[in-house]
Ligand binder design. Sequence first.
Ligand code: AMP
Length: 214
Amino acid sequence: MNIVLFGPPGAGKGTQAKRLTTVLGIPQISTGDLMRAERASGSELGKEFDHYMSQGLLVPDELSLRLLEQRLAKPDASKGAIFDGFPRTVPQAEALDRLLQANGRKIDVVVSMEVPLDEMIERIVHRRSCESCGQIYHLRYNPPPSPDACGACGGKLVQRKDDTEEVVRKRNDEYLAKTAPILGYYTQQGIVKAISGIGSLDEIEARIKAAIGK
Ligand code: AMP
C-alpha cells in the first residue's frame, strides 16, 4: 500500500507516519528527514539543501526527486511506503506516479490532514525532536519526560532550525503557492480523503486508519 500523508507544515504528518509504520509494516519516507541527515553529514549537497531549508523555501524539484528515487529503490519500500512531506509540487506528484507505475504500483490513498494556520504555528514553535531516534514531542501536548532528553532513547532533544515563527510563515506561503495545488491533481484521481488534524494523537491516528480502510 502506498499512502501520501498530505497537509501544511505542523499538520502532524511525521508523528502519524511514524505510528503508521508499526501498524502497516511499511516504511515512512520523509524527504525532510533525508535532507536533514544529508545536511548533518556536512556534504556539499547538504549545504545546498540548507540554503533553501533555512529560509523556509522548497528545495528544487530535481534535487528532491533524486533523493526520493534513491530512497524508493531500497528493498524495504518494495511493498509500499508512507510518504511524508513528499510530493510538495505537482511535478513531484507526477514524477512519483511515473516512478511507482514503472513497478506496477500506484498511490492508493492521499490523506489530507487539515489544520488552521494559528494552530500550526503553535504546534511548530513548541515542537522538539530527538537527535538520535527522530521521536517528535510537543512541549505542552505531548511533553517529553524531561525537556532535554528523549523518553524513548535518552537522546538529546533539539528544536529544528526552521521551526521559528518567521520561517514557518514562509513555509506556509510555499505550501499554499506550490504544494496545496497537488490536492487538485489527486482529487482528479479520486483518491483524496480529508480528515481533521485537530485532536489527540490517538484520535487522529484512528481517523487516518478509517480513511485508509485499516
Ligand atoms: P519537512 O521536514 O517535511 O517539514 O521539510 C522541511 C524542509 O525540507 C522544507 O521546508 C523544505 O525546505 C525541504 N523539503 C522537504 N521535502 C521537500 C520536498 N519534497 N520538496 C522540496 N523541499 C522539501
